[in-house]
Design a protein around this ligand. Sequence first.
Ligand code: UD1
Length: 329
Amino acid sequence: ITGGCGFVGSHLADAYLERGYSVRVLDNLDPTVHGSHSQLPAYLSKDVEFMQGDVRDADTLVASLKDVSIVSHQAAAVSVVQSMSNPSRFAEVNTLGTARLLELLTDRNRFPVRKLIVPSSMSIYGEGLYQVGGNEVTPHLRAKEQLESKSWEILSNGEVCQPVATPETKPLRPTSIYAITKRDQEEMALSIGKASGIPTIALRYFNIYGPRQSLSNPYTGVAAIFSSRLLNGNPPVVFENGGQLRDFVHVSDIVQANILATINDSIDQGVYNIGSGNPISILELAERLIELFEFPGEPSITQTARPGDIRHCYADISKATEELGYRPK
Ligand code: UD1
């Protein structure tokens, strides 16, 4: 597991260990995630074989792949916002790092892996899928002028488009550098996987939440941001009017999908949405967290949009349900 000290990677390590696999973790303990002293996280199981190193370094990758039969490539630079000010780092870690790994895996005699799993992201869709007047719409981001006039919904010839569950077939319109590198990663892995005969599965994660998600990293996602504010006695700050829909999926369901992808021997190539399949508005999320934290106040609604945000996107999980047997709990 590359990136096995991270939020998702560490849960995967636990799940594989529980099922009797031997687990090696390769992680560079990136200071933006693991603190300025790059500390090994306390939650990392003592039963993993830990290797500190960077996926950009071919020699490190070679050492990490020794005797490995399944590669779960979780290492990535993850902040959408940071990717826009530091595109070269994201291209190096996510695109080039994956390319290095894939290049090694093409040597099937030296590295006879029997499964490659890459995490992809809902961010590669850009906006989700919509319908208007019985037709499907795959919109681009809303224009700045529209957002300045505080008109939040996606419009087509003045009509409001209704969001529907987004399937894997929706055309990809990544809008951030982060999302572009995640698409690169997914497409490169599937391409090399096919050419080299490595069964390869890409899992498009929706908005993940759960234990071990950083409460101090401001780029980690809205559920953690709201929780962190509430723990500090502050109301959640809700952008737009709070009506934007997302699909929040618990990290244990992400684990479930990864294990299903690992044990499935009949799929050689596949891309799957991994969400809950249930949309929830950001305002409702704020209200439910306020209730859970017993916070004596209301969300603060800004009526301004965060640049680059999509309006709605939630997962159609029928493909993962049918082909992998995925059942989010
Ligand atoms: C983005 C990425 C996704 C990544 C996720 C977490 C895109 C399209 N998607 O998703 O790949 O996994 O970030 O890094 O780039 N919000 C508030 N108040 C806040 C923070 C956020 O109202 O304090 C709202 C946002 O405006 C947005 C929603 O909450 O509408 C979700 O935001 P966020 O958790 O950052 O994730 P996404 O934008 O869905």
